[in-house]
Design a protein. Structure first.
Length: 149
C-alpha cells in the first residue's frame, strides 16, 4: 500500500456537489492498494498514520501525532499512486489492486485507524471526487508498506 499524507488545517471531498467527507485539523491521506497487499500492509500503513509525528509541540518541533493533537483523518482512495510511467507517457496502472480487492483493503485500513480511536472520514470509492484542503506547513510524507521509498 502507498499513502501520500499531508498535514492539513482542513480538508473535504465532494462528489457531484455533495460533501462526502470533511475534517478539520489532521491528516489528508491519498491511499492506494497494490496487487498482493494484505493484512501486514494494512497494519503497517495504519500504524504509521496513527503514530506519524508531524504535528508541532509547544516548542514548534514536529513531535506529536494526529492522535496526540486530537486530529482526524480523511482517507481518499487513489489507485493512481501505482501509476508507472517508466515506459511512454501514459501511466500503466497494472500494479494497482483490482477494484474489489482495493475497496476491501481501503475499508480495512479505515477500520484499523478507527480501532485506534481516530475519527476517520472518507471519499467515495471509484467516484470522480473533488478534494480541497488547506495544507499546513506544507508537510507531505510518502509511505509505502513495501518500503520502496
Amino acid at each position: 500500500m502507498r499513502a501520500v499524507t499531508q498535514r492539513v488545517s482542513q480538508a473535504q471531498v465532494t462528489v457531484a456537489d455533495e460533501t462526502v467527507g470533511k475534517i478539520d485539523h489532521g491528516l489528508l491521506v491519498y491511499l492506494g492498494a497494490a496487487k498482493g497487499d494484505g493484512p501486514k500492509d494494512i497494519e503497517y500503513i495504519a500504524s504509521k498514520l496513527a503514530g506519524l509525528r508531524i504535528f508541532a509541540d509547544d516548542e514548534g518541533r514536529m513531535s506529536k501525532s494526529v492522535q496526540d493533537v486530537a486530529g482526524s483523518v480523511l482517507i481518499v482512495s487513489q489507485f493512481t499512486l501505482f501509476g508507472d510511467t517508466r515506459k511512454g507517457r501514459r501511466p500503466s496502472f497494472d500494479g494497482a489492486a483490482p477494484p474489489d480487492q482495493a475497496l476491501l483493503l481501503v475499508e480495512q485500513t479505515v477500520r484499523a485507524l478507527k480501532a485506534q480511536n481516530l475519527p476517520v472520514e472518507t471519499g467515495r470509492f471509484r467516484a470522480h471526487m473533488h478534494v480541497t484542503a488547506t495544507v499546513n506547513g506544507p508537510i507531505t510524507i510518502l509511505l509505502d508498506s513495501k518500503k520502496q521509498f
